[in-house]
Ligand binder design. Structure first.
Ligand SMILES: Nc1nc2c(ncn2[C@@H]2O[C@H](COP(=O)(O)OP(=O)(O)OP(=O)(O)O)[C@@H](O)[C@H]2O)c(=O)[nH]1
Ligand SMILES: [Mg+2]
Length: 391
């Protein structure tokens, strides 16, 4: 099964919610990754295109996503939310948590689509690890694994489906190697998907013909967003529409087309990226880029009166990384200190980016977007706050 198959529509799946919209992307369904460390060349296939809810008017091109009418005549508020932030900052993960919280289940086609990407995530992770072994001149515990790793390095297949038995054994054997495990412990020194260990540990379960990703697998997988996705949900008699746009530089050009009529912004900022550079230019610091982006959004005249809910995300990865890679190495203004001091320092940078914005026009949260319990509490509070402000 490949991703190209996921062009079926939500409306095609009996008994499934018609409320999720993922408009067709402008590019072919799946383009090959550009290099071993960069899966960002992938595009998202048109997995869903629902039949409309009676009270909603829709359009379905990527630049003009389906919209709900600003005012309804049934006493409901229609509230439009925009999810922004750089690539891999946790936007789609947050959207997924919203879907879990407000009971917008994944469609069958979405699950199959994600499943294909899970294989791709696994292969990309093991490839990043063996590449790092060469870069950092880390030796394999078993020298035979160097040969197995070479075969991985030279494999340019996209691997969007089940692995052949030989390949799965190769990946498992390499993953168990103590040298690779040492490299994995140093993963903050190179770009590795945050969910690499989770999927590599579960490869036996995943590499089955009848494997269906569970809730956690779906949350942990990474499918770069291309174009605009959105979810419609109801909370406390208010109808919400949440738009999620890809955060890679190439996708940010589309952001401004979504700025009109937005009631609140959810901004995800991956604070764990303080030591990393952008995939796009391999130069710009990812945290600096994200902070600049936040400032740009905060200064945007159209958002002068729009509340910003800022999620300082990936707190788990941040905490793990601090002991390995001191923050002060990358942010000399940080005087050093414990985890809390480091978090407060990052928060102060975010406040700077938010500038002179009125206090009631932003809220800052420390989040772990993969943590469903934490996110359900946080999002419930955020949604309540938005409703209160809208009244
Ligand atoms: N450990 C950890 N992983 C996270 C967290 N938030 C997101 N992830 C993982 O990071 C990866 C990227 O997350 P996404 O939500 O898809 O990123 P995105 O911002 O939508 O990225 P684009 O669509 O490329 O703009 C996924 O594998 C997620 O499971 C977090 O707080 N902690
Ligand atoms: Mg996304």
């Amino acid at each position: 099964m490949g991703c190209n198959q996921s062009s079926s529509k939500v409306g095609d799946v009996p008994g499934k919610s018609p409320e999720i919209v993922e408009p067709p992307p402008p590019a072919p369904a799946v383009a090959p990754p550009q290099n071993a460390n960069n899966g960002n060349a992938l595009t998202v296939p048109p997995s869903t295109a629902p039949s409309p809810k009676p009270s909603l008017s829709r359009m379905s091109t990527p630049n003009h996503p389906p919209s709900i009418q600003a005012n309804s005549d049934d006493g409901y508020n229609n509230i439009r939310l925009l999810l922004l932030g750089s690539a891999e900052s946790g936007k789609t993960t947050l959207l997924q948590q919203v879907r879990l919280l407000y009971k917008q289940p994944f469609t069958e086609s979405e699950i199959f689509h994600r499943r294909a990407f899970i294989y791709f995530n696994i292969f990309k992770s093991i490839k990043s690890l063996v590449t790092a072994m060469n870069t950092f001149e880390q030796a394999y515990e078993d020298p035979i694994n160097a040969g197995r790793a070479q075969a991985i390095t030279e494999d340019y297949d996209r691997h969007m489906g089940m692995f052949a038995p030989e390949m799965v054994n190769r990946i498992k054997t390499i993953w168990k190697d103590k040298g690779i495990q040492k490299m994995y412990a140093r993963r903050s020194s190179f770009n590795l998907n945050d969910s690499a260990g989770y999927f590599l540990d579960n490869i036996d379960k995943i590499n089955q013909a009848n494997y269906m990703p569970n809730e956690k697998d779906l949350i942990m997988s990474y499918v770069p967003t291309v174009g605009v996705q959105n979810v419609i949900f109801t909370a406390n008699k208010n109808s919400f529409q949440l738009f999620d746009i890809g955060g890679q530089r190439i996708d940010r050009r589309k952001w401004a087309t979504q700025y009109d009529g937005i009631d609140a912004i959810f901004f995800c900022l991956a604070i764990s990226e303080y030591d990393q550079v952008m995939m796009e230019d391999l130069e710009t610091n990812r945290l600096d880029d994200a902070l600049q982006l936040l400032k740009k959004i905060s200064d945007e005249p159209k958002f002068e009166k729009t509340p910003i809910y800022l999620f300082l995300n990936e707190v788990d990865v941040f905490r793990e990384k601090l002991s390995e890679i001191p923050l002060e190495q990358f942010k000399p203004k940080f005087q050093g200190g414990n985890e809390e001091d480091a978090l407060e320092f990052i928060e102060s940078l975010a406040m700077e980016a938010l500038g002179s914005r009125e206090k009631n026009l932003y809220r800052v949260y420390r989040s772990i977007a993969i943590d469903t319990k934490m996110m359900s509490e946080m999002l419930t509070a955020v949604i309540k706050d938005i409703i209160k402000k809208k009244k």
